[in-house]
Design a protein around this ligand. Structure first.
Ligand SMILES: *Cc1c(COP(=O)(O)O)cnc(C)c1O
Length: 382
């Protein structure tokens, strides 16, 4: 019944975790879910108010414009200017997305011919792979290993594959490894993209979730980046707006026109009221973002200290709300956590073959629950 491309879309692993979680819940186990990357904190009230006001205005009840309201795109351009020092033409260099997942999943359709390679980090956000498969491209995994700081070694990509590739995904601050981009990496990416005629898609969903004074850059700050790439960004993590479905793609106008053409043909844009709320988020006070980071930072400190006291060698991440923990067998470890301690963590292999040997903890639960998780782990049999 199903098309053959469906065979390659395997949500099996995550579905299996959900099943195991449901089994435990049925038994009455109090589950501590550190699996999902969905903030537990609410959207700040001034953003919710902006939505409510705009939702009541009948002018907003029609089809929105395909690529986004001019006022929204200007707010995005202004934010990129103040936050990153990157100048964008709101007319041609900003496209509204229904969350960055929308842009990540569809950009391949505009650039990848059947059989073309797409360079994708492993472990990585699963949608890089999904988007490639829908475009009938081939995924070439770039392994992110501890030895290399969880940054792809571009020189390790076979020349033939680099030449036959159309697109490269990069993602810093990184999900799931929580790594940040080292100085100089983005320049290497620009040179590599020029040499091999690649479209660069930088996924910057976590730029605002950072600790210890770290400020994540935009790929577009790099000299030459605007000629080769675009950046996907989102309100989901910054403003606790995962349910709202709004984001933006910014950068090279020609690349964005390709993405825009695909999207014009498959969706009809984002509800204007949600765009007004997003304007309120970008142009309003930003102390809500700092407060969220302080909350995550305390949770990170408790989780990292707890894991270290249990003998795990974990660095304290400088960004994202994940902790990437080395273990022996990630599936066995995640199953043991769930079945013997009622804790959900995500096995690394779910993010690609190079995720084996790790589990990902998301610090999207209150600090008391994280303490409780550590105590439960302390009582686990070896
Ligand atoms: C959460 C996440 C996204 C997508 O978020 P949206 O809600 O679709 O904006 C994109 N990339 C990474 C790496 C993520 O973790």
């Amino acid at each position: 019944m199903y098309a053959s491309r469906m065979k390659n879309l395997l949500p099996y692993l995550f579905a299996r975790i959900d099943e195991m979680k449901a089994e435990q819940q049925k038994k009455g186990v109090d589950i501590i879910d550190l699996g999902v990357g969905d903030p537990d904190l609410p959207t700040p009230p001034h953003i919710v108010d902006a939505l409510c006001k705009a939702a009541k205005d009948p002018a907003n009840h029609h089809y929105p414009s395909y690529l986004g309201m001019p006022a929204y795109r200007s707010a995005v351009a202004d934010w990129y200017k103040t936050r990153f020092g990157v100048s964008l033409d709101a007319g041609k260099e900003v496209v509204t997305l229904m969350g960055s997942k929308d842009g990540i999943a569809h950009v391949g359709e505009a650039f990848v011919n059947p059989g073309d390679y797409v360079l994708s980090p492993s472990p990585g956000y699963p949608v890089y792979r999904t988007g490639t498969l829908f475009a009938e491209g081939r995924v070439h995994e770039m392994p992110l290993t501890r030895e290399n700081g969880f940054v792809p070694v571009l020189a390790d990509i076979p020349k033939k594959i680099a030449k036959a590739a159309k697109l490269i995904y990069i993602n810093y601050p990184n999900n799931p490894t929580a790594a940040i981009a080292p100085a100089g990496f983005y320049s290497e990416v620009v040179d590599f993209a020029r040499e091999n005629d690649l479209v660069v898609v930088s996924d910057n969903a976590y730029s605002e979730i950072a600790y210890d004074g770290y400020r994540a850059p935009s790929f577009l700050e790099t000299r030459g980046a605007m000629e080769v790439g675009i950046e996907m960004h989102s309100f989901s993590k910054t403003y606790n707006m995962t349910g709202w479905r709004i984001g933006m793609a910014v950068g090279n106008a020609e690349i964005l026109a390709g993405l825009g053409r695909v999207k014009t043909n498959v969706d009809s844009g984002v509800f204007n009221a949600v765009q007004y709320a997003a304007i309120a988020a970008l142009s309003g006070p930003q102390d809500c973002v700092n407060q969220a980071c302080e909350i995550y930072q305390e949770r990170r400190d408790v989780l990292v200290a707890g894991l270290r006291s249990l003998g795990f060698a974990v660095p304290a991440p400088k960004a994202t709300f994940y902790v990437w923990v080395p273990v022996n067998d990630c599936m066995a470890f995640a199953a043991k956590l769930l079945n013997e301690a009622g804790i959900v963590a995500t096995p690394g292999v779910g993010f690609g073959s190079s995720g084996e040997g790790y589990v990902r903890f998301a610090i999207t639960r209150p600090v008391g629950r994280i303490r409780e998780a550590i105590e439960r782990m302390r009582r686990l049999s070896p």
